[in-house]
Design a protein around this ligand. Structure first.
Ligand code: ITT
Length: 198
């Protein structure tokens, strides 16, 4: 019997990745029905964990199904950990992915080597009807590219390189990204929790 879970997210890039990650597993992931019409959740906490758990608990009150929330972002130590928990709002409320990436590249102008090191972080939380069931997280190390490259993925992928600095996540296939990424690694922990092997 497949285990079904609904994703509370407005980000189509995340949903696409979850569907690919779940393919071939016993986990069935769909978007939370009517997500856009439900009261929004204010992600104002200072940590990914609080925002993720808060988001899952909030949306689990509108459905009987198990709800998955994902709070994620990019952390660049050389600029004080920015964009961090503000990754989605980094360039203002109506900005596009390209605006956010350009802003970060401007902030990093003149920085080389160690100062371009970065980390993607992902915290997943699962809740059902106002009760938290699980929180898992992981991160992926990398370096910020000099300019955007590649057309795959979403968000900051065109400026985030694998640790060797050669290719960005947006230049990699989905399979390659999922093997190395913060979301791929956290997802494999989630699967173990939700679909335990006997
Ligand atoms: P929901 O909260 O509705 O799920 P969101 O896009 O607002 O959607 P977050 O608050 O978690 O999601 O913000 C995550 C930000 O970090 C957002 O700008 C993403 O584009 C970016 N991000 C997260 N994971 C990423 C990944 O794998 N590749 C590139 N960018 C990523």
């Amino acid at each position: 019997m497949p285990v079904r879970i609904v994703l509370a997210s407005s980000n189509p890039g995340k949903l696409r990745e979850y569907r690919e990650l779940a393919a071939g597993t016993a986990l069935e992931i769909d978007l939370l029905p009517n997500f856009e019409e439900l009261p929004a959740f204010e992600e104002s906490a200072p940590t990914f964990a609080e925002n993720s758990a808060g988001k899952a608990l909030h949306f689990s009150r509108f459905t009987a199904e198990m709800v998955l929330a994902d709070d994620s972002g990019l952390v660049v130590p050389a600029v004080g950990g920015a964009p961090g928990v503000h990754s989605a709002r980094y360039a203002g409320p109506n900005a596009r992915d390209t605006d956010r990436a350009s802003k970060l590249l401007r902030e990093l102008e003149g920085k080389t080597g160690e100062e371009r090191k970065a980390r993607f972080v992902c915290v997943m939380a699962v809740a059902r009807q106002g009760r938290a069931l699980a929180v898992v997280s992981d991160c992926a190390e990398g370096v910020i590219a000099g300019e955007p490259r590649g057309a795959n993925g979403f968000g900051y992928d065109p400026i985030f390189c694998f640790p060797d600095g050669r290719r960005t996540y947006a230049e990699a296939s989905t399979e390659e990204k999922n093997l190395a990424s913060h979301r791929g690694k956290a997802f494999r922990k989630l699967i173990e929790f939700l679909v335990p092997k006997n």
